[in-house]
Ligand binder design. Structure first.
Ligand SMILES: Nc1ncnc2c1ncn2[C@@H]1O[C@H](COP(=O)(O)OP(=O)(O)OP(=O)(O)O)[C@@H](O)[C@H]1O
Ligand SMILES: [Mg+2]
Length: 235
């Protein structure tokens, strides 16, 4: 059964502050199975971003391993892992130029040499997030915080990742855009966003909002001082 197959797993992953030696993430075991939608809540500075960045292999772990479908990821495999497992930052970086320039950028990378930018598909995603047709022509430097976040979502979702690691992705958005992003992620999750819907998908959503956590996730975890625990109560 698809649900028994872990997509991403972490065994004993840990992070320390390299300068002070303080623990950022205590040794953590975690399994993300196909079709799972996980929410992580916890106070500011508790290590939620550290954990997601560790799973995304953006920061090196000091101990433990991260696996993809049971396989340890070698250094050479990191780019294709990141293609499958996409991290969306709290404050996404935008390049100079238009939104479309930003959307085209990933396709210039070696990892995506077999894929091609599809303006219509990107426009459909932007539309689903409540943006008008001229959104792709806007200058990235002139986007509001919320619009930049939507552009970052379109940039990732157009690439049809299997796993989304969402780090407070709606923190800077108005309520209507929050719902639009939630709907966009929902459509990606069930494959109705037009991308190949055969793949098993899963996501982790870090949120400060317990209401949102209930809306977007079926499994709830809590992070506290670098320790991740299952939070059955929230579910
Ligand atoms: N690369 C790093 N080197 C040293 N310390 C770090 C590093 N990254 C994060 N930290 C520290 O680790 C702790 C946890 O940070 P993290 O960003 O994971 O918090 P968070 O739970 O995501 O908080 P928030 O809800 O505010 O985003 C903080 O004290 C932070 O200063
Ligand atoms: Mg954070």
């Amino acid at each position: 059964m698809a649900n028994d197959r872990p997509l991403v797993a972490a065994k004993g992953v840990a992070r320390r502050d390299a300068l002070r030696g303080t623990v950022l993430l205590h040794p953590t075991d975690f399994t993300l199975r196909a079709e799972e939608r996980v929410a992580i809540t916890g106070p500011s500075g508790s290590g939620k971003s550290v954990f997601l960045r560790t799973l995304a292999l953006l920061d090196p772990c000091d101990a433990g391993v991260v696996t993809w479908r049971g396989e340890r990821i070698e250094r050479a495999g990191i780019p294709s892992y990141r293609r499958r497992v996409a991290y969306i930052a709290q404050r996404p970086a935008m390049l100079d130029g238009t939104v479309e320039d930003n959307l085209r950028y990933p396709y210039t990378l070696k990892t995506y040499r077999d894929a091609r930018f599809d303006r219509d598909a990107a426009a459909r995603l932007a539309h689903a997030a409540g943006r008008s047709a001229d959104f792709l022509d806007k200058l990235a430097s002139e986007l509001s915080g919320g619009e930049a976040q939507i552009a970052a979502f379109v940039r990732v979702l157009q690439l049809a990742p299997d796993v989304l690691l969402l780090d407070e992705p709606t923190a800077s958005l108005d309520p209507a855009s929050v719902r639009a992003i939630e709907a966009l992620v929902g459509a990606w999750f069930d494959g109705s966003d037009g991308s190949h819907g055969e793949q098993a998908r899963a996501c982790i959503w870090v949120s400060h909002d317990p209401e949102q956590a209930r809306r977007v996730a079926t499994r709830h975890l809590a992070m506290s001082a670098g320790t991740l625990t299952e939070n059955a109560e929230a579910a």
